[in-house]
Design a protein around this ligand. Structure first.
Ligand code: HEM
Length: 415
């Protein structure tokens, strides 16, 4: 894959971030001021937002970065077919947005048929990930030395494959009309949670270590992958999960957090070689680690596992840690000297993301703080607006030629 193609896939990922972020802003302001007549199906909108973020933003960006760094780490050319796989992955990810927007995972009437458009889009996306895995195995098989990044990506793909079996389990339950709620929840969270916690975390750490060009180290990799695997059980409703499984998941989660702490400390030591936003990225990771220890208290998990605190936790993980790291990577690789990014994108992103998650935390704690929910809804809505503006300006910066970026930044600066 040429560097020009890598650039285009990364720009497409940012375009997905922009569309999904504005959908998030619509939901946040909708919760304060009401929804417009053309956006009444909140559940479907939420699915459109989260699936485009997962498939079009994070997954596409991670795959493009892995393909970009792999030849340097392996000393081999990429196998043929990578650009075609990336094209299909990008197309299917973008297609998931209208598919989910119409009716989420429900049935939609198309002519004489009633089709589950969301599930169909998710399945097509999954097929392109299996092609990615097959190409990756070809690109890395029988390497004499596997650098830490390659090992992290090996396990990231193993957990991506394992997460996909959750989707197969869900389809099996529908096909056999099985109605066991515990299994339904286990398959659902195996798919959704392991996808994020397994694939995103390990693949992203691999990208960060690849940027630092680490060839050998004693970083925990296999043990981290192993401990991350059962943590998806913490997503299952507290009323359904047997206590023994809770303890397996909570202890594994705390162990994984300790090992993530080792990665975070090593990355912090080398922060000067990483993008400017690294302090926020690692701040997000530190919060994820802190939450893992709080979840060792069963009451905390039972009280906060669902509802607003879950939304808060998801955005600490997905927005502050994963997305900020990716935004930093993209800037560094595609427009390192852009004054538009340094003057506008970064302050707006940092301010927006921090205000939004503070608002979400306030929402989750409002019943205990005794503050009106509406205050916090306002805070998270205005924070989300700044974050979406930052993403949009990042896209503008990546699409403009360098001189235009400088002129735009100058025009936006106060005289
Ligand atoms: C500008 C940034 C973002 C905004 C404004 C935003 C907004 C929202 C809103 C309003 C919800 C629904 C909350 C509720 O039901 O109470 C939501 C849910 C969610 N968001 Fe975001 N979000 C943002 C970034 C992200 C990112 C970067 C990701 C993933 C990479 C993400 C993944 C999710 C997921 C998985 C859910 C839960 C979906 C579900 O339960 O069906 N969000 N977001």
């Amino acid at each position: 894959m040429s560097s020009q193609q890598t650039r285009w896939f990364l720009v497409t990922a940012v375009a997905a971030l922009v569309l999904a972020a504005w959908t998030g802003v619509l939901m946040r302001f909708g919760m304060v001021y009401g929804f417009p007549s053309w956006a009444q199906n909140f559940g479907a909108m939420r699915h459109a937002h989260s699936h485009l973020m997962y498939f079009g933003w994070v997954t596409l960006a991670l795959m493009a970065l892995i393909w970009a760094d792999l030849p340097r780490l392996t000393g081999r050319q990429l196998p043929r077919g990578v650009a075609v796989q990336m094209m299909f992955t990008a197309m299917m990810a973008l297609l998931s947005f209208p598919a989910f927007w119409i009716n989420g995972y429900g049935l939609t009437t198309v002519g004489a048929a009633r089709l589950p458009l969301g599930s169909m889009a998710a399945t097509l996306n999954g097929l392109t990930w299996f092609v990615f895995m097959a190409l990756y195995v070809r690109a890395t098989r029988r390497l004499a030395v596997r650098p830490p990044s390659v090992q992290l990506w090996d396990w990231a793909l193993a957990l991506l494959a394992l997460a996909s079996t959750g989707a197969i389990g869900l389809i099996w339950m529908v096909a056999t009309n099985a109605r066991e709620p515990l299994f339904q929840q286990i398959f659902l969270h195996l798919f959704l949670d392991l996808f994020a916690v397994g694939w995103f975390t390990l693949a992203l750490l691999g990208v960060l270590w690849a940027q630092l060009n680490v060839q050998q180290s004693r970083l925990p990799i296999f043990s981290l992958a192993l401990l991350l695997t059962p943590t998806f059980l913490l997503g299952v409703s507290p009323g359904l999960l047997p206590t023994s499984l809770f303890w397996v998941a909570a202890i594994a989660n705390a162990g994984a957090a300790l090992l993530l702490g080792v990665h975070a400390m090593q990355l912090w030591r080398r922060r000067n070689e990483l993008p400017t936003l690294t302090w926020l990225t690692l701040g997000g990771l530190a919060s994820v680690i802190g939450v893992a220890f709080l979840l060792l208290l069963p009451e905390v998990w039972q009280r906060f596992a669902s509802g607003q605190m879950r939304v808060f936790y998801l955005h600490i993980f997905l927005l502050v840690w994963v997305s900020t790291a990716l935004v930093g990577q993209l800037q560094d690789r595609l427009a390192p000297a852009s004054s538009l990014i340094h003057r506008w994108v970064n302050p707006l992103w940092v301010g927006g993301v921090v205000v939004m998650v503070v608002g979400l935390l306030g929402l989750g704690l409002a019943p205990w703080l005794g503050t009106p929910m509406l205050w916090w809804l306002h805070v998270s809505a205005w924070g989300s607006l700044a974050a979406a503006l930052a993403a949009t300006l990042l896209l503008v910066a990546l699409l403009s030629p360098a001189p235009a970026r400088t002129a735009l930044a100058a025009a936006m600066s106060p005289q």
